[in-house]
Design a protein around this ligand. Structure first.
Ligand SMILES: [Zn+2]
Length: 106
């Protein structure tokens, strides 16, 4: 099953420890069916300062990928996570629409 989600999409997390969190997709990793979502699945690490390399040190946060089945497109019209459907337009172009209200998403 190919994902219909793209970089920049606004999604909501529907399961796991970050359930209910929303954020923008920063990166899609299609071969792993995963996405990296802004401020979701954060992993903290402590970095030692290294001025020569321009590293400030301190607590760093980094988003780890989440499986695509754990997020849904957030439709601002429906105000919930929705399934994305593809509609083929008269001129042959494909448009993504909200599977719930039919709003065009792109
Ligand atoms: Zn909708």
């Amino acid at each position: 099953m190919g994902s219909k989600l793209k970089k920049g999409d606004f999604v909501i997390v529907i399961s796991g420890k970050d359930k209910g969190k929303m954020g923008k997709i920063l990166r899609v990793i299609p071969e792993k069916n995963r996405v990296i979502v802004e401020k979701v699945n954060l992993h903290y690490s402590h970095e030692r300062a290294n001025p020569q390399k321009g590293i400030q040190g301190g607590r760093l946060e980094k988003e780890l990928p989440v499986h695509i089945s754990n997020v849904m497109y957030y439709c601002t019209n429906c105000e919930k996570g929705v399934r994305v459907k593809i509609r083929v337009l008269a001129d042959g172009r494909k448009a993504r629409i909200c599977g719930s209200c039919g709003k065009e998403l792109d």
